[in-house]
Design a protein around this ligand. Sequence first.
Ligand SMILES: Cc1cc2nc3c(=O)[nH]c(=O)nc-3n(C[C@H](O)[C@H](O)[C@H](O)COP(=O)(O)O)c2cc1C
Length: 212
Amino acid sequence: MSAPKLSANEFLAAAKYRRTVYGLKGTSKVPDSRVQEIVEEVLGFAPSSYNTQPVRVTLVTGEKHTQFWDIVIKTAEPILKGAGEAVWDKMSGIMQSHKASYGSVVFWEDTSVTEAAKKTHVSYAHMFESFGEHATGMNQILVWTALELEGLGANLQHMNGIPPVEEALKKFLAVPASYRLRAHLNYGDEPAAHSETVPAKLPTSETFKYVN
Ligand SMILES: Cc1cc2nc3c(=O)[nH]c(=O)nc-3n(C[C@H](O)[C@H](O)[C@H](O)COP(=O)(O)O)c2cc1C
């Protein structure tokens, strides 16, 4: 297979185009079938340790997406209220704005794959928990970037930070008990022109070292 007709600089420019976009609309200029195609394409080539492929994805749109967020909000409410009214006030507004977006690409790790890999690769068993996270992260960045190149906006959420939310979402989406929620990508049409401004980063003098 010859290399695609895309330079490394073009690839990096495409990757750099991806942004966290909030305030998404409840519409999508990209049909669900195309989003599905992108997710399936990514699942078909993204890397995983020893090619064990622990990543699973659920695409949620339409009324089911609204219900998804209703469940998140209802389940999170007592916990966030327990952290203080100010926390609830802030978070409920944020969650309502996510609920108003169009859809979610939900990334899971099938821990039965991770557990099997621990047995197959015994000397590296201690690494597979983090390998599962790495693998889902690689799928996340690829899907996130591809959806934005198609003209959508997206933001990455971790409602699994509240364990009962993860349990409720697993039930709602009818996934196997072995699935662990890793992240979900809210997406929809952008509320304004796409920002190409990269948030400030540390100087590379702090983050990079060349040794030769
Ligand atoms: C591992 C990881 C976890 C993140 N978790 C969240 C999150 O839970 N909620 C959120 O709104 N953004 C989340 N983000 C988005 C970051 O806040 C965002 O990527 C960062 O501020 C840089 O902005 P950019 O995405 O526009 O480059 C996460 C990003 C990464 C890589």
